[in-house]
Ligand binder design. Sequence first.
Ligand code: FE2
Ligand code: FE2
Length: 201
Amino acid sequence: MLNNDLKLKNLLKELKPQIEQWLKSNVTAKRFKHIERVAKTAKKYAKRVKVSPSKAELAGWLHDCAKDFSNEKLLNFAKRHKIELDKVDYINPHILHARVGALIAKNKFKITDKDILGGIRCHTLAEPNMSKIVMVVYLADATEPGRERRFADPVRKTFKTKGLEAAVLHAINVKLLEVIKRGKSIHPLTIRARNWLVEQV
Ligand SMILES: [Fe+2]
Ligand SMILES: [Fe+2]
């Protein structure tokens, strides 16, 4: 276990400059700041729930690597890599940036760890059967210090008082209420993720 942690720490050290360089030419400066905060928050949360901080931080650094891709690029990428597409993905291709981002992490940065890839893939819609690291990344993205406090503060409180699963469920509820308020469709993956979390909490 210790040996494994050391390996991950070294992997993070080795990849971080490459990832930073890649991000600087593929995402906006504002996005870069958000990514930096998510990586830092994910590391902190991982320590709190006693899972690998290096995995969480690495997933944080990569989670939005495809966020500034055009809708056309995301859809082409998804089709080329045979990502299963729902009607909601066609209506709002932007949500594909998480699944496409995981593919970039795998293909470009040669990441094979399934927690890291899962953290990137699930950070927008969530999925059923998420590991603790995957949930940590979801929560870090939803509650990093740059997020609006009226949304993030209650979720942070749930994390402190009721734990990780309850906090992720809370974050999903907050997100879904916004989606409903705007009259938009809900992605089936999020419904399945929420049902799974309801069973866990
Ligand atoms: Fe994102
Ligand atoms: Fe993000």
